[in-house]
Design a protein around this ligand. Structure first.
Ligand code: UDP
Length: 140
């Protein structure tokens, strides 16, 4: 399997509850390397641009408000099959459906406030990494 990079976000519900370290432990235990990481405060407009694929969905406005409500930790994870592996470690979008041991099963508060974001495909991973990081910030 190829070594990939994927964009991860530790969302406001998790940073608020001081869960960054516990979530990072899950990534590292799964063999994902954190090759870039920073804590930032998104504006609602920046969150809206990032989630523009969901612009027509009923939850879009609430999602953008939430993502801008407190700081987030954006990070790049690297490893073999990192995109799918990260989705596995995250668990299903709705924590009620997330498999035992996943980040969302253990930490998410609701379908909206679900602790983490992870890219879903190689093209989106490349776009999302470029949205938050310059090449010089990726230290593999
Ligand atoms: N979301 C929501 N309500 C929904 C579905 C999604 O608030 O009914 C939010 C949730 O925070 C989710 C994000 O929108 O993580 C993006 O949705 P997507 O379907 O892409 O899920 P993900 O890839 O994050 O599992």
């Amino acid at each position: 399997m190829a070594v990939e990079r994927t964009l991860s976000i530790i969302k406001p519900d998790a940073t608020r509850r001081n869960l960054t370290g516990k979530i990072n432990a899950k990534f590292e235990e799964a063999g994902l390397r954190i090759i870039a990481q920073k804590r930032i405060q998104l504006t609602k407009a920046q969150a809206g641009e990032f989630y523009k694929v969901h612009a027509e969905r009923p939850f879009y406005d609430e999602l953008c408000e939430f993502m801008a409500s407190e700081p987030v930790v954006v990070q790049v994870l690297e490893g073999e099959g990192a995109i799918a592996k990260n989705r596995e470690v995250m668990g299903a979008t709705n924590p009620a459906d997330a498999a035992e041991g996943t980040i969302r099963a253990e930490f998410a508060e609701s379908v909206g406030e679900n602790s983490v974001h992870g890219s879903d495909a190689p093209e989106t991973a490349a776009e999302e990494i470029a949205y938050y990081f310059s090449g010089l910030e990726l230290v593999g």
